[in-house]
Design a protein around this ligand. Structure first.
Ligand code: ATP
Length: 354
């Protein structure tokens, strides 16, 4: 539905030039919940603004339903945006805010009234239709902003960190709510966030960005299981990294060795998630190491056991009490550490760069 082709954006001139996006290319399918995820400054807002038409690309194209929309002004694009600060009209009622886009298009009341009522039902705010928007809670304002953006039935809804002003509990509720809205309307959402958990919770697919480049595009499960490089592995979930050396299908870490057929000879970076680190175990088809417990952090249902390997490498193991029969770990304790081969990933050491 939307094809982004070699899109670049530079700001400034001469020596002061900042390249906010470097030839970014990908496609979004109709009805997808697609997320742009990355740290501050990675270019996600720049990309969203290019899609909305608030700024124009330095090069590349944006093709929506087969048509290049790059030359189109924002109000002609079948795209709407929900901003972080909601940008509601404070002295209008909820109903007037939601009706605004259709009023501006000069649609008849007989069309506007039922459309507004349907949107208010969708966001569960029918009972507040006549309330002024300044008299609403943050979560309610967010729902009005969504209803207002959806009423004109855009082809794509762009959402720029729309939940970041809400407290944690409300934010979690709105994540579920947004996902429901997207499913029920069948619309295409492009959502911007720097919060990996939020992205994993809601998205069909995620584009992980860093330094103005897309590092990987995949489903949440695939990003977690098979990160393309060290940046993605470090940004999505928690990761342990080990340095090793591959030769003839064997990977050596310190004095331990494991068969990993297909590993290219030479230095390698291995990644393993904390929940796949087995403590007090020596397993077949695993890297069997020894370490020293440096710290135990209680997290409620789980604990994190921090370890140091003989060469100083730090590792974290996530330990579920229920699976370990209440075994506890003492700081300073020497312990065997098994990393099963099926949980080890050889990853590119770094990220996509110019
Ligand atoms: P955040 O999460 O902090 O909003 P972001 O990922 O959305 O970050 P962008 O706002 O897209 O990042 O910015 C990408 C880069 O482009 C940054 O280095 C930023 O400083 C630069 N940039 C953005 N807008 C402009 C501008 N109008 N003029 C100059 N540089 C800009």
């Amino acid at each position: 539905m939307l094809d982004i082709r070699e899109l670049s954006k530079r700001f400034g001139h001469g020596n002061g030039t900042v390249t906010a996006l470097h030839e970014v290319s990908f496609s979004i399918a109709e009805g997808e919940f697609f997320t742009l995820l990355g740290p501050s400054g990675c270019g996600k807002t720049t990309l969203l603004r290019l899609i909305a038409g608030f700024s124009s690309p330095s090069s590349g194209s944006l093709v929506l339903d087969g048509e290049d929309i790059a030359p189109m002004p924002p109000n002609r694009r079948p795209v709407n945006t929900v901003f972080q600060n909601y940008a509601l009209f404070p002295h209008m009622t909820v109903g007037q805010n939601v009706a605004f886009a259709l009023d501006a298009l000069g649609r008849p009341r007989s069309e506007i009234d039922p459309a507004v009522d349907a949107m208010l039902t969708l966001v569960q705010l029918s009972h507040l239709k006549h309330r002024k928007s300044v008299e609403l809670s943050g979560g309610q304002q967010q729902r009005v902003a969504l209803a207002r953006a959806l009423v004109a039935k855009p082809r794509i809804l762009l959402l720029d960190e729309p939940l970041s002003a809400l407290d944690m509990k409300l934010r979690k509720e709105m994540q579920v709510e947004l996902k429901r809205l997207q499913r029920e309307t069948g619309l295409t959402f492009i959502f911007v966030t720097h919060d990996q958990e939020e992205a994993l919770t809601m998205s069909d697919r995620i584009a992980v960005m860093s330094g103005g480049r897309v590092q990987q595009i995949a489903t949440p499960g695939e990003l977690y299981k098979n990160p393309a490089n060290r940046f993605v592995a470090g940004f999505i979930g928690e990761s342990n990294f080990l340095s090793g050396r591959a030769a003839n299908g064997l990977v050596n870490v310190g004095t331990a060795q494991v068969a990993m057929p297909g590993a290219a000879d030479g230095p390698v970076t291995l990644m393993v998630r904390p929940e796949h680190v087995a403590l007090g175990a020596n397993l077949p088809h695993a890297l069997n190491l020894t370490g020293t417990v440096t710290q135990v952090v209680f997290l409620g249902t789980d604990s994190h056991v921090h370890l140091a390997l003989p060469d100083g490498t730090a590792l974290v193991a996530r330990v579920q009490k229920s699976l370990n029969g209440g075994r506890s770990f003492a700081e300073g304790e020497a312990i065997s550490v098994a990393l099963p081969v099926e949980a080890l990933r050889i990853i590119a050491d770094g990220e996509e760069r110019p």
